[in-house]
Design a protein around this ligand. Structure first.
Ligand code: HPA
Length: 270
């Protein structure tokens, strides 16, 4: 992997991805932050050597470099999911790349289902902790210790300092920002009523199909990470409505300006 990493990084550096300070991963239906960026370079994932190629139709699949709030940022517009058939190592490869390029902090967003019954569709949740239900680890590979310690501590996987700032910014802008536990499942099917009930019992406040692998690798790399979920549907097992992906994306777009505000203010204040 070291060899591949070096080749990818040197390709991106040659293309002008130089000295980014912050990495950002944008989730499903959450691309509008891009409009706020002074873009210097953008490259489709399928042009980047050793990058997995994007498949899900609604993902543009681009790596973007530019400035936001006076900081150099590298942004993943669209991410890779386990349900697309990639390995957990593939999904998290871009996190390792961003770290090698020089980022000091990582911000992540996703669309998620609300398990906590006090949450409403369109609300945001700051992830305080997670439960990995994807049945594997992005760190379970031979030679992992070349890149960091194998037995990574998970006492506080989300950066306390950034989370505290997010809460202050939300308050200032009158944005409801819950704080809770995100459970990651494989998908791509949504959950059964019994599964939603189970997720509530084990302590999840939201459920989605991403983020946890990237956060585990960020912790492996000692890269401070903070993540926010946009709650796109209410997963009450006793009153479950049929969901469709178009609706999930529509709710995500509607709530998106709040997420953009939080990310933009946090970066500006860094
Ligand atoms: N389950 C899993 N992933 C999701 C959901 C959900 O209900 N909503 C948005 N992403």
């Amino acid at each position: 992997m070291k060899d591949r990493l070096e080749k990818t990084v040197s390709y991106l550096e040659k293309k002008g991805f130089e000295n980014p300070e912050i990495g950002i991963i944008l989730g499903t239906g959450l691309g509008k932050l891009i409009d706020q960026i002074d873009i210097e370079k953008e490259i489709s994932y399928n042009h980047i050597p050793h990058f997995p190629t994007a498949t899900v139709e609604f993902h543009q699949g681009k790596f973007i470099f530019g400035s936001l709030g006076g900081k150099k940022v590298v942004v993943m517009q669209g991410r890779f999911h386990f349900y697309e058939g990639y390995s957990l190592q593939d999904i998290t490869y871009p996190v390792r790349i961003m770290k090698e390029l020089g980022i000091q902090k990582l911000l992540v967003s996703n669309a998620a289902g609300g398990i906590n019954k006090t949450y409403k569709k369109g609300d945001l949740m700051l992830i305080d902790d997670h439960i990995n239900l994807q049945g594997g680890s992005p760190l379970a590979f031979k030679g992992v210790s070349q890149f960091g310690e194998r037995f990574v501590d998970m006492l506080a996987p989300y950066d306390n300092e950034m989370n505290t700032q997010f809460k202050a910014i939300a308050k200032e802008h009158d944005i409801t920002l819950h704080e809770g536990v995100y459970a990651s499942v494989v998908g791509p099917q949504l959950e059964t009523r019994a599964e939603y009930r189970y997720l509530g019992i084990i302590g999840a406040d939201a459920v989605g199909m991403s983020t946890v692998p990237e956060v585990i690798v960020a912790n492996h790399l000692k890269l401070p990470v903070s993540a926010i979920s946009v709650l796109t549907d209410e997963c009450d097992p006793d009153n479950l409505q049929p969901v469709n992906v178009e609706e999930i994306i529509a709710v995500a777009s509607k709530a998106e300006p709040k997420l953009v505000q939080l990310f933009k203010s946090l970066i500006k204040n860094m």
